[in-house]
Write a protein that binds this ligand. Structure first.
Ligand code: CP3
Length: 336
């Protein structure tokens, strides 16, 4: 088994940093678009055979050190009792958004083995298909899932979510507690099915002030991660500069950082022994190959030789040139 990812996540020496990247199976790949021309996004998420096929696509094209299981963060909202849909060009929709205390009674506490079987099934198939490659499992954070549950879609200002937090904190605590327990059990089911590590995506936590991050994002990320044992647990968030010093409150083993974070000072704040992941600006993949390589080397120099997993600072975007991705991966391979 290629053990660079696990060694880096444990702070052990490696010949070069491991590399994988967020949304590595996605719309920038023609072979992904080909599968999507035949099935909807949700059908893809619900079919372990097809999910395995697209999980493998970037591994077959690039020299990557890890896969990430193909799915989405929103099926967890289905499991607690909401219908979801993806309309082309509109992003996700959550039907019957939760806006007040009355909505609480309509949520359910599922058995994750029954309600969320697809990702563990895909992971088991992956372990058979690629015994030499580690695979990450993932879930959305309780706070980021609450954002979608309350807004019913993406948002610029998360006004409805913040209103719920501040108008009825007790109701918000109940939903976040439910989400934390379900997310924790779901991540554990992925480790039990063969995930070498798991990543919690707290995409929207950066919209909170540092005290609110502690109260609403950090606290519930910690509650979820406390239920997860047996593999390294990553916490990814965007716009984390204002609360870097608080990230350890999540109890995560390693932290994914976006491109606005300077890695050398971030390591000082987090502690030199804390593994980090990141953080090339996904838009840098549109730059000339030499510029991409210069940036990859600068990130690796700032992070230092151990405890660093190379990644983008957020997901690759659909129109990204394949040549940019190739230049990025080649530059990481030059680090030996
Ligand atoms: O990283 C990977 O390759 C694994 C797969 C993965 C997807 N979504 C596939 C996907 C992961 C880890 C996610 C997480 C996810 N989903 C997050 C957190 C991470 C992040 O990017 O911040 C969030 C906020 C979502 C919710 C979501 N799903 C959005 C906002 C969208 C985009 C809607 C759009 O049309 O632009 C999705 C859809 C989605 N998830 C796609 C993929 C490949 C594109 C769907 C398609 O094929 O049409």
């Amino acid at each position: 088994m290629n053990d660079r990812l696990i060694r880096a996540l444990k702070g052990q020496p490696v010949d070069r940093p491991p590399v994988w990247f967020m949304r590595q199976a996605g719309r920038y790949l023609p072979e992904y678009r080909e599968v999507r021309s035949r099935v909807s996004f949700l059908e893809l998420c619900r079919s372990p055979e097809l999910a395995l096929e697209v999980t493998l696509q970037p591994l077959d094209r690039f020299r990557l050190d890890a896969a990430i299981v193909f799915s989405d963060i929103l099926p967890v909202l289905e499991a607690i009792g909401r219908e979801i849909s993806f309309e082309p060009g509109m992003g996700p929709r959550i039907h019957e958004p939760l806006r007040d205390r009355a909505g609480l009674a309509t949520l359910v506490r599922p058995d994750v083995a029954v309600a969320l079987p697809h990702v563990p099934a895909t992971l088991k198939m992956f372990r058979e298909a690629r015994p030499d490659t580690p695979i990450l499992g993932f879930a959305g954070s309780p706070f980021t899932l609450l954002c979608y549950l309350v807004e019913g879609q993406g948002s610029k200002d998360f006004k409805l979510t913040k209103r719920l937090l501040w108008e009825d904190p007790e109701a918000a605590d109940q939903v976040l507690g439910l989400l934390a327990d379900v997310v924790g059990d779901y991540l554990q089911s992925q480790i039990d099915a063969g995930a070498a590590a798991v990543q919690m995506f707290d995409t929207w936590a950066g919209v909170l002030s540092p005290p609110d991050w502690e109260r609403w994002a950090g606290r519930y990320a910690a509650r979820a991660l406390a239920r997860v044992k047996g593999a390294p647990r990553l916490y990814f968030t965007r716009d984390s500069s204002p609360f870097l010093s608080r990230l350890h409150q999540t109890g995560a083993d390693a932290f994914g950082l976006d491109w606005r974070v300077d890695l050398a000072p971030a390591r000082e704040i987090l502690g030199q022994d804390t593994p980090i992941q990141g953080n090339l600006d996904p838009i840098a993949l549109f730059a000339p190959p030499e510029e991409i390589k210069r940036r990859v080397h600068a990130i690796c120099d700032a992070a230092g030789p151990t405890g660093h997993v190379f990644n983008l600072g957020h997901g690759v975007i659909p129109s990204t040139p394949i040549a940019g991705v190739e230049a990025m991966i080649e530059a990481v391979h030059e680090r030996v």
